[in-house]
Ligand binder design. Structure first.
Ligand SMILES: [Zn+2]
Length: 83
């Protein structure tokens, strides 16, 4: 019996033989594609990966990691012009 949430082709399936000798199809859980979004404009930040990866892949190793490249550039320029 296939559960209603598993009646889809967007999930990866895995065939596995049970101890009773029957072949059963297991559906793998969906991977969530959550990316870090810019704090200023909301666009996805480049160089960041899917949630659940290592800490260095979750955020870029530059100044203002919470901002995208465009917003961080304008912020650095604003700081430089004010000083
Ligand atoms: Zn931005």
């Amino acid at each position: 019996m296939v559960r209603p949430k598993d009646r889809t082709h967007s999930k990866k399936s895995k065939r596995q033989r049970t101890p009773g000798g029957k072949l059963k199809v297991y559906k793998m859980p969906r991977k969530k594609t959550v990316r870090l979004s810019c704090a200023n404009c909301g666009k996805p930040v480049h160089g960041t990966k899917i949630k659940g990866s290592s800490k260095t892949e979750k955020r870029p190793s530059r100044k203002f990691p919470e901002l995208c490249a465009k917003c961080s550039k304008s912020k650095i320029l604003n700081i430089a012009l004010e000083a």
